[in-house]
Design a protein around this ligand. Structure first.
Ligand SMILES: Cc1ncc(C[n+]2csc(CCOP(=O)(O)OP(=O)(O)O)c2C)c(N)n1
Length: 320
Protein backbone atom coordinates (compact mmCIF):
# COMPACT_ATOMS: atom_id res chain seq x y z
CA UNK A 1 0.00 0.00 0.00
CA UNK A 2 1.40 3.39 -0.95
CA UNK A 3 1.60 5.83 1.92
CA UNK A 4 1.90 9.29 0.46
CA UNK A 5 3.79 12.21 1.92
CA UNK A 6 0.48 13.98 2.67
CA UNK A 7 -0.82 10.93 4.50
CA UNK A 8 2.32 10.52 6.63
CA UNK A 9 2.38 14.21 7.50
CA UNK A 10 -1.32 13.99 8.39
CA UNK A 11 -0.53 11.10 10.75
CA UNK A 12 2.22 13.19 12.32
CA UNK A 13 -0.07 16.18 12.90
CA UNK A 14 -2.71 14.01 14.54
CA UNK A 15 -0.20 12.22 16.76
CA UNK A 16 1.43 15.47 17.84
CA UNK A 17 -2.01 16.97 18.58
CA UNK A 18 -2.89 14.02 20.80
CA UNK A 19 0.49 14.16 22.58
CA UNK A 20 0.30 17.89 23.23
CA UNK A 21 -3.32 17.73 24.37
CA UNK A 22 -2.36 14.99 26.83
CA UNK A 23 0.76 16.77 28.08
CA UNK A 24 -1.35 19.85 28.73
CA UNK A 25 -4.04 17.80 30.49
CA UNK A 26 -1.28 16.28 32.66
CA UNK A 27 0.07 19.72 33.59
CA UNK A 28 -3.40 21.14 34.31
CA UNK A 29 -4.42 18.13 36.40
CA UNK A 30 -1.21 18.34 38.46
CA UNK A 31 -1.97 22.02 39.07
CA UNK A 32 -5.39 21.07 40.46
CA UNK A 33 -7.29 22.75 37.64
CA UNK A 34 -9.21 19.74 36.31
CA UNK A 35 -11.87 18.04 38.42
CA UNK A 36 -12.34 14.23 38.33
CA UNK A 37 -9.95 11.62 36.99
CA UNK A 38 -7.65 11.83 33.98
CA UNK A 39 -6.30 8.72 32.20
CA UNK A 40 -3.71 9.64 29.60
CA UNK A 41 -3.00 8.08 26.19
CA UNK A 42 0.66 9.17 25.91
CA UNK A 43 2.60 6.49 23.98
CA UNK A 44 -0.45 5.00 22.28
CA UNK A 45 -1.07 7.74 19.69
CA UNK A 46 -0.24 5.59 16.66
CA UNK A 47 -3.22 3.32 17.32
CA UNK A 48 -6.04 5.87 17.23
CA UNK A 49 -4.31 7.78 14.43
CA UNK A 50 -3.69 4.79 12.15
CA UNK A 51 -7.18 3.39 12.63
CA UNK A 52 -9.20 6.63 12.36
CA UNK A 53 -7.32 7.70 9.22
CA UNK A 54 -9.46 5.05 7.48
CA UNK A 55 -12.76 6.43 8.76
CA UNK A 56 -15.15 9.19 7.72
CA UNK A 57 -17.70 11.16 9.76
CA UNK A 58 -20.40 8.64 8.93
CA UNK A 59 -18.44 5.80 10.59
CA UNK A 60 -18.72 5.17 14.31
CA UNK A 61 -16.24 4.66 17.11
CA UNK A 62 -16.61 3.71 20.71
CA UNK A 63 -13.91 4.69 23.16
CA UNK A 64 -12.66 3.92 26.66
CA UNK A 65 -11.73 5.69 29.89
CA UNK A 66 -8.48 6.58 28.02
CA UNK A 67 -10.35 8.27 25.20
CA UNK A 68 -8.87 11.69 24.37
CA UNK A 69 -6.69 10.25 21.60
CA UNK A 70 -9.58 8.40 19.93
CA UNK A 71 -11.69 11.55 19.97
CA UNK A 72 -8.98 13.75 18.51
CA UNK A 73 -8.15 11.23 15.78
CA UNK A 74 -11.87 11.03 14.82
CA UNK A 75 -12.09 14.82 14.52
CA UNK A 76 -13.29 15.83 18.01
CA UNK A 77 -13.04 19.58 18.65
CA UNK A 78 -10.17 20.54 20.93
CA UNK A 79 -11.92 23.51 22.54
CA UNK A 80 -15.07 21.56 23.41
CA UNK A 81 -12.98 18.67 24.72
CA UNK A 82 -10.82 20.93 26.87
CA UNK A 83 -13.90 22.73 28.21
CA UNK A 84 -15.34 19.35 29.18
CA UNK A 85 -12.16 18.47 31.07
CA UNK A 86 -12.52 21.74 32.97
CA UNK A 87 -16.19 20.92 33.72
CA UNK A 88 -17.42 24.03 31.89
CA UNK A 89 -20.89 24.67 30.44
CA UNK A 90 -19.38 24.95 26.91
CA UNK A 91 -17.91 21.45 27.07
CA UNK A 92 -19.10 18.54 24.96
CA UNK A 93 -21.36 17.31 27.77
CA UNK A 94 -21.98 20.76 29.28
CA UNK A 95 -19.41 19.93 31.94
CA UNK A 96 -21.31 16.95 33.32
CA UNK A 97 -19.25 14.17 31.75
CA UNK A 98 -15.63 15.13 32.25
CA UNK A 99 -12.67 13.35 30.70
CA UNK A 100 -14.24 9.89 30.63
CA UNK A 101 -17.58 10.63 29.00
CA UNK A 102 -17.03 12.78 25.94
CA UNK A 103 -19.23 12.09 22.89
CA UNK A 104 -19.89 13.80 19.55
CA UNK A 105 -22.63 11.86 17.81
CA UNK A 106 -22.47 14.06 14.67
CA UNK A 107 -18.89 12.87 14.18
CA UNK A 108 -19.83 9.25 14.92
CA UNK A 109 -18.11 9.36 18.30
CA UNK A 110 -20.49 7.31 20.42
CA UNK A 111 -18.72 8.12 23.61
CA UNK A 112 -15.77 7.56 25.85
CA UNK A 113 -16.83 5.22 28.63
CA UNK A 114 -15.65 4.69 32.19
CA UNK A 115 -17.05 1.15 32.29
CA UNK A 116 -14.38 -1.23 31.03
CA UNK A 117 -15.68 -3.28 28.08
CA UNK A 118 -18.85 -1.23 27.69
CA UNK A 119 -17.94 -0.02 24.21
CA UNK A 120 -17.96 -3.49 22.68
CA UNK A 121 -21.72 -4.09 22.70
CA UNK A 122 -22.34 -0.45 21.73
CA UNK A 123 -20.10 -0.77 18.66
CA UNK A 124 -21.73 -4.10 17.83
CA UNK A 125 -25.15 -2.42 18.04
CA UNK A 126 -23.98 0.48 15.85
CA UNK A 127 -22.68 -2.02 13.31
CA UNK A 128 -26.01 -3.84 13.41
CA UNK A 129 -27.73 -0.52 12.62
CA UNK A 130 -25.32 0.12 9.70
CA UNK A 131 -26.13 -3.30 8.25
CA UNK A 132 -29.87 -2.92 8.85
CA UNK A 133 -29.90 0.45 7.09
CA UNK A 134 -27.81 -0.99 4.24
CA UNK A 135 -25.28 1.82 4.66
CA UNK A 136 -21.62 1.09 4.04
CA UNK A 137 -20.61 2.70 7.34
CA UNK A 138 -18.61 0.70 9.87
CA UNK A 139 -18.11 0.78 13.63
CA UNK A 140 -14.75 0.55 15.38
CA UNK A 141 -14.46 -0.41 19.01
CA UNK A 142 -11.29 0.65 20.83
CA UNK A 143 -10.69 -1.37 23.97
CA UNK A 144 -7.85 -2.44 26.23
CA UNK A 145 -6.20 -5.78 26.97
CA UNK A 146 -8.05 -5.83 30.28
CA UNK A 147 -11.37 -5.25 28.52
CA UNK A 148 -10.80 -8.30 26.34
CA UNK A 149 -11.26 -10.45 29.46
CA UNK A 150 -14.79 -9.18 29.97
CA UNK A 151 -17.91 -11.06 28.97
CA UNK A 152 -18.91 -8.12 26.79
CA UNK A 153 -15.91 -8.81 24.54
CA UNK A 154 -16.87 -12.44 24.00
CA UNK A 155 -20.58 -11.75 23.56
CA UNK A 156 -19.86 -8.98 21.09
CA UNK A 157 -17.37 -10.92 18.99
CA UNK A 158 -19.75 -13.86 18.85
CA UNK A 159 -22.76 -11.79 17.87
CA UNK A 160 -20.79 -9.72 15.35
CA UNK A 161 -19.42 -12.94 13.82
CA UNK A 162 -22.74 -14.74 13.41
CA UNK A 163 -24.47 -11.66 11.96
CA UNK A 164 -21.39 -10.70 9.86
CA UNK A 165 -21.54 -7.17 11.22
CA UNK A 166 -19.34 -4.34 9.93
CA UNK A 167 -17.36 -3.85 13.12
CA UNK A 168 -13.64 -3.85 13.86
CA UNK A 169 -12.48 -4.54 17.40
CA UNK A 170 -9.20 -2.76 18.05
CA UNK A 171 -7.48 -4.06 21.15
CA UNK A 172 -4.94 -1.58 22.48
CA UNK A 173 -2.67 -3.95 24.32
CA UNK A 174 -0.64 -1.55 26.43
CA UNK A 175 0.50 -4.55 28.51
CA UNK A 176 -1.27 -3.60 31.73
CA UNK A 177 -4.79 -3.48 33.12
CA UNK A 178 -4.27 -0.91 35.90
CA UNK A 179 -1.27 -2.58 37.67
CA UNK A 180 -1.76 -6.13 36.38
CA UNK A 181 0.52 -7.31 33.60
CA UNK A 182 -1.10 -9.01 30.63
CA UNK A 183 1.22 -12.00 31.35
CA UNK A 184 -0.63 -12.45 34.62
CA UNK A 185 -4.21 -11.60 33.65
CA UNK A 186 -4.51 -13.94 30.65
CA UNK A 187 -3.07 -17.19 29.39
CA UNK A 188 -2.46 -16.18 25.77
CA UNK A 189 0.32 -13.89 24.65
CA UNK A 190 -1.41 -12.68 21.49
CA UNK A 191 -4.93 -11.47 22.19
CA UNK A 192 -5.63 -11.68 18.46
CA UNK A 193 -5.61 -15.50 18.89
CA UNK A 194 -9.00 -15.13 20.53
CA UNK A 195 -10.55 -14.21 17.16
CA UNK A 196 -10.24 -17.84 16.03
CA UNK A 197 -12.77 -18.86 18.68
CA UNK A 198 -15.34 -16.80 16.81
CA UNK A 199 -14.28 -17.70 13.28
CA UNK A 200 -13.14 -14.19 12.39
CA UNK A 201 -9.73 -12.83 11.32
CA UNK A 202 -7.38 -11.77 14.10
CA UNK A 203 -4.06 -10.04 13.61
CA UNK A 204 -1.37 -8.60 15.88
CA UNK A 205 0.53 -5.50 14.80
CA UNK A 206 3.18 -3.19 16.20
CA UNK A 207 0.90 -0.58 17.75
CA UNK A 208 3.72 1.97 17.91
CA UNK A 209 4.12 1.94 14.13
CA UNK A 210 1.37 4.13 12.70
CA UNK A 211 1.80 2.75 9.19
CA UNK A 212 1.44 -0.87 10.37
CA UNK A 213 -1.73 0.09 12.27
CA UNK A 214 -3.09 2.04 9.30
CA UNK A 215 -2.56 -0.87 6.91
CA UNK A 216 -4.06 -3.50 9.20
CA UNK A 217 -7.05 -1.27 9.90
CA UNK A 218 -7.50 -0.50 6.17
CA UNK A 219 -7.81 -4.19 5.42
CA UNK A 220 -10.24 -4.91 8.27
CA UNK A 221 -12.36 -1.84 7.57
CA UNK A 222 -12.58 -2.62 3.85
CA UNK A 223 -13.63 -6.14 4.71
CA UNK A 224 -16.33 -4.79 7.03
CA UNK A 225 -17.56 -2.26 4.42
CA UNK A 226 -17.84 -5.00 1.79
CA UNK A 227 -20.11 -7.03 4.03
CA UNK A 228 -17.51 -9.67 4.96
CA UNK A 229 -17.92 -9.18 8.69
CA UNK A 230 -15.88 -8.31 11.77
CA UNK A 231 -12.17 -8.56 12.60
CA UNK A 232 -10.00 -8.23 15.67
CA UNK A 233 -6.79 -6.20 15.51
CA UNK A 234 -4.41 -6.31 18.47
CA UNK A 235 -2.03 -3.36 18.62
CA UNK A 236 0.88 -3.97 20.97
CA UNK A 237 1.73 -0.66 22.54
CA UNK A 238 2.77 0.98 25.80
CA UNK A 239 1.16 3.40 28.21
CA UNK A 240 4.03 5.70 29.12
CA UNK A 241 2.14 7.22 32.03
CA UNK A 242 0.37 5.67 35.00
CA UNK A 243 -3.06 4.10 34.81
CA UNK A 244 -4.46 7.44 35.98
CA UNK A 245 -2.72 10.70 36.77
CA UNK A 246 -1.18 10.33 40.21
CA UNK A 247 -0.43 6.59 39.87
CA UNK A 248 3.20 6.06 41.05
CA UNK A 249 3.55 3.03 38.69
CA UNK A 250 5.62 1.02 41.17
CA UNK A 251 4.49 -2.16 39.40
CA UNK A 252 6.39 -1.32 36.18
CA UNK A 253 9.97 -2.48 35.79
CA UNK A 254 12.28 0.47 34.96
CA UNK A 255 14.01 -1.54 32.20
CA UNK A 256 10.63 -2.30 30.63
CA UNK A 257 9.73 1.39 30.62
CA UNK A 258 13.15 2.34 29.18
CA UNK A 259 12.86 -0.24 26.40
CA UNK A 260 9.41 0.98 25.37
CA UNK A 261 10.41 4.64 25.49
CA UNK A 262 12.91 3.78 22.75
CA UNK A 263 9.90 2.74 20.67
CA UNK A 264 7.94 5.97 21.21
CA UNK A 265 5.73 6.26 18.11
CA UNK A 266 6.31 9.98 17.54
CA UNK A 267 10.14 10.07 17.26
CA UNK A 268 9.84 6.91 15.14
CA UNK A 269 7.59 8.69 12.68
CA UNK A 270 9.83 11.77 12.75
CA UNK A 271 12.77 9.60 11.78
CA UNK A 272 10.82 8.12 8.89
CA UNK A 273 9.67 11.54 7.64
CA UNK A 274 13.24 12.85 7.72
CA UNK A 275 14.70 9.75 6.05
CA UNK A 276 12.14 9.88 3.25
CA UNK A 277 12.81 13.62 2.94
CA UNK A 278 9.08 14.25 3.34
CA UNK A 279 9.91 16.92 5.92
CA UNK A 280 12.83 18.83 7.36
CA UNK A 281 13.47 19.32 11.05
CA UNK A 282 12.19 22.90 10.60
CA UNK A 283 8.91 21.60 9.08
CA UNK A 284 8.40 19.30 12.06
CA UNK A 285 9.19 22.09 14.52
CA UNK A 286 6.63 24.27 12.76
CA UNK A 287 3.94 21.60 13.13
CA UNK A 288 4.85 21.25 16.82
CA UNK A 289 4.63 25.02 17.34
CA UNK A 290 1.31 25.42 15.52
CA UNK A 291 -0.16 22.49 17.45
CA UNK A 292 0.96 23.94 20.77
CA UNK A 293 -0.82 27.19 19.85
CA UNK A 294 -4.05 25.31 19.07
CA UNK A 295 -3.90 23.59 22.44
CA UNK A 296 -3.29 26.92 24.20
CA UNK A 297 -6.30 28.40 22.38
CA UNK A 298 -8.44 25.47 23.57
CA UNK A 299 -7.27 26.03 27.16
CA UNK A 300 -8.09 29.73 26.92
CA UNK A 301 -11.53 28.94 25.53
CA UNK A 302 -12.13 26.56 28.43
CA UNK A 303 -10.82 28.94 31.09
CA UNK A 304 -12.93 31.81 29.77
CA UNK A 305 -16.08 29.67 29.62
CA UNK A 306 -18.81 29.84 32.26
CA UNK A 307 -19.37 27.14 34.85
CA UNK A 308 -22.66 25.24 34.49
CA UNK A 309 -25.45 26.98 36.39
CA UNK A 310 -26.79 25.25 39.53
CA UNK A 311 -30.32 25.16 38.09
CA UNK A 312 -29.04 22.97 35.21
CA UNK A 313 -27.89 20.24 37.55
CA UNK A 314 -30.81 17.95 36.69
CA UNK A 315 -31.06 18.64 32.95
CA UNK A 316 -29.72 16.11 30.40
CA UNK A 317 -29.26 13.43 33.06
CA UNK A 318 -31.11 10.14 33.33
CA UNK A 319 -31.93 8.33 36.55
CA UNK A 320 -32.57 4.57 36.49
C1 LIG B 1 -16.66 -3.14 34.52
C2 LIG B 1 -15.48 -2.45 35.16
N1 LIG B 1 -14.67 -3.19 35.96
C3 LIG B 1 -13.60 -2.59 36.55
C4 LIG B 1 -13.35 -1.25 36.35
C5 LIG B 1 -12.14 -0.59 37.01
N2 LIG B 1 -11.14 -0.36 35.96
C6 LIG B 1 -10.98 0.86 35.41
S1 LIG B 1 -9.81 0.85 34.22
C7 LIG B 1 -9.46 -0.77 34.47
C8 LIG B 1 -8.38 -1.47 33.67
C9 LIG B 1 -8.62 -1.44 32.22
O1 LIG B 1 -7.53 -2.01 31.54
P1 LIG B 1 -7.52 -2.07 29.98
O2 LIG B 1 -8.84 -2.52 29.47
O3 LIG B 1 -6.33 -2.88 29.60
O4 LIG B 1 -7.36 -0.56 29.53
P2 LIG B 1 -6.13 0.45 29.76
O5 LIG B 1 -6.39 1.16 31.07
O6 LIG B 1 -4.91 -0.36 29.79
O7 LIG B 1 -6.19 1.40 28.63
C10 LIG B 1 -10.27 -1.30 35.46
C11 LIG B 1 -10.22 -2.71 35.90
C12 LIG B 1 -14.25 -0.52 35.55
N3 LIG B 1 -14.08 0.78 35.33
N4 LIG B 1 -15.29 -1.15 34.94
Amino acid sequence: MEITKEKLLGFYKTMVTIRKFEEKACELFAAGKLPGFVHLYIGEEAVATGVCANLTDKDFITSTHRGHGHLIAKGGKLDLMMAELFGKATGYCKGKGGSMHIADVDLGILGANGIVGAGQPIATGAAFACKYKKSDAVAVCFHGDGASNRGTFHESLNMAAIFKLPVVFVCENNMYGISISQKYHMNVSDISDRAAAYGIPGVTVDGNDVVAVYEAAAEAIQRARKGDGPSLIECKTWRQKGHFEGDPQSYKKPEEQAEWLQKDPIPRLEKKLLELKYATKADLDKIQGETAQKIEAAVKFAQNSPDPSPEDVLTDVLAG
